[in-house]
Design a protein around this ligand. Structure first.
Ligand code: NAD
Length: 423
């Protein structure tokens, strides 16, 4: 059984942390060696992934600790260039743990592809004729992907909308597909492509676009947690976090930054597992537009009956386990092994829990000491290393930069020169 409570984890060396992670998740010793940059994605593998490859870029891969999700402890892999993200997620997960951790759920993995038909003489009639042909169209689409159907997925429904535009009325058919453990873009695009001509004939028009929508609002994952009032810093902190969250629910300027904080956690896990970060981001931001057409916070925070902070987050989470880079990138495979999700839905739920944890950490920092203090001491590490500090010098330079409230490259160079007796 994995334990995500690993006291002293951050004080270990990188190799020791990797070994502890492997031990906790039950991977054989050396099973996570691909996390070593020298053994990660090879040039040859990269050359098969995208075009015009000239190299490979590394990014730090960390694991967030303390997460318990639906009663199961998990170590959450995160890839990010931003200091403080992994520490903040781990810290929030420790607070959530006091009241049972995160509880998650999700819809069926339904993705949709759109088929756009132009130049119909009778758009309303065309819509109904397409719906009459539902069974024929669904059968033809399912024929495209026997592997998906064998895995228990396939087309779930056909929906047809009329979209008024400045260039006329479009008949837009949506193929709703259960994509099981795939992200599903290729799967639904192939289906939409195959139906295009027939859909045009039935509608009496010309088919143009056939592509999935990233507004994956039928594929939602959600997480909730109760954050203990005392662990947060007391009842005033709970009240102030509720105020901070309420501003993000009502003000798009605040909501954009609030949601960016959520995506700090979400994108890091999505990237670690080799999933499509842009697809998840497009889905998230389109979901952040409320029923009044206003861009707003994706999460909600309330004070519960006992005075603790209740947080919820729900958004589209189109992540998969079978296709894309998840299967071919050795580091992504290691990330999936660390999480060992039962299926793509469980992966989606972990991602959303990480987003909620990240969101709470930012709100708590903003509502108490402000974000800059914690951020700056972590940022100071980067500044110290950029200035040339190595080994023991790093901690000494960081301490001085923070103490002097001058986290700047020029000051780091001065402090380093002093330490080395060359200043
Ligand atoms: P894929 O085609 O590589 O894999 C999905 C296929 O795996 C299914 O169609 C099915 O045939 C097979 N399969 C086997 N076992 C399965 C199971 N248990 N569950 C589901 N499918 C199973 O990948 P995909 O997920 O269809 O597409 C993902 C890729 O598409 C990503 O790389 C993404 O970046 C890319 N993409 C995204 C967009 C977009 O977001 N707008 C557009 C085009 C492509």
């Amino acid at each position: 059984m994995t334990s995500s409570r690993l006291p002293g984890f951050r004080d270990l060396s990188v190799e020791e942390r990797r070994a502890a992670t492997a031990e906790q998740v039950g991977v054989a010793a050396g099973g996570l060696d691909v996390l070593d940059p020298a053994r990660g994605l090879s040039l040859d593998q990269a050359d098969h992934m995208i075009e015009n490859v000239v190299g490979v870029m590394g990014l730090p891969f960390g694991v967030a600790t303390n997460f318990t999700i639906n009663g199961r402890d998990v170590l959450v892999p995160m890839v990010t260039e931003e200091p403080s993200v992994v520490a903040a997620a781990s810290n929030s997960a420790r607070i959530a743990r006091v009241r049972g951790g995160f509880f998650t759920s999700s819809s069926a993995p339904l993705m949709q592809a759109q088929i756009q038909v132009l130049d119909t003489v009778d758009p309303a009639g065309a819509r109904v004729r397409l719906l009459e042909a539902r069974d024929e169209l669904i059968a033809a689409a399912d024929e495209q992907d026997p592997a998906l159907v064998a895995a228990g997925g396939g087309v779930h429904d056909l929906v047809v909308r009329l979209v008024e535009s400045r260039a006329g009325t479009y008949v837009v058919a949506h193929l709703v597909v259960d994509v099981r453990d795939a992200m599903g873009a290729n799967a639904v695009n192939t289906m939409a492509e195959a139906l295009a001509q027939r859909a045009g004939e039935i509608a009496g028009g010309r088919t143009l676009l056939r592509i999935l929508t990233n507004k994956a609002d039928m594929r939602l994952a959600r997480a909730r947690a109760v954050f203990d009032a005392e662990s947060l810093g007391g009842p005033e902190v709970v009240d102030d976090i509720v105020h901070a969250a309420a501003l993000a629910e009502s003000d798009p300027y605040r909501a954009a930054t609030h949601n960016k904080g959520i995506m700090n956690g979400i994108t890091a896990v999505v990237l670690a597992t080799g999933n499509d970060t842009r697809a998840v981001e497009a889905g998230a931001h389109s979901h952040a537009v409320d029923h009044r057409g206003r861009y707003a916070a994706l999460s909600h925070f309330e004070k519960d009956a006992e005075g603790h902070l209740s947080g919820v987050l729900e958004l589209p989470m189109p992540v998969g386990l079978v296709g894309g880079a998840t299967k071919v990138h050795p580091v992504a495979r290691a990330a999936v092994e660390i999480l060992s999700p039962r299926d793509a839905r469980q992966l989606a739920e972990v991602v959303v829990a990480a987003g909620l944890a990240q969101n709470l950490a930012a709100l708590r920092a903003l509502a108490t000491e402000g974000i800059q203090r914690g951020h700056m001491s972590l940022h100071a590490r980067n500044v110290a290393v950029s200035a040339g500090a190595t080994g023991d010098e790093i901690a000494k330079v960081v301490a001085r930069l923070v103490q002097d409230r001058a986290v700047r490259a020029d000051h780091a160079e001065t402090v380093l020169a002093e330490l080395r007796g060359t200043g």
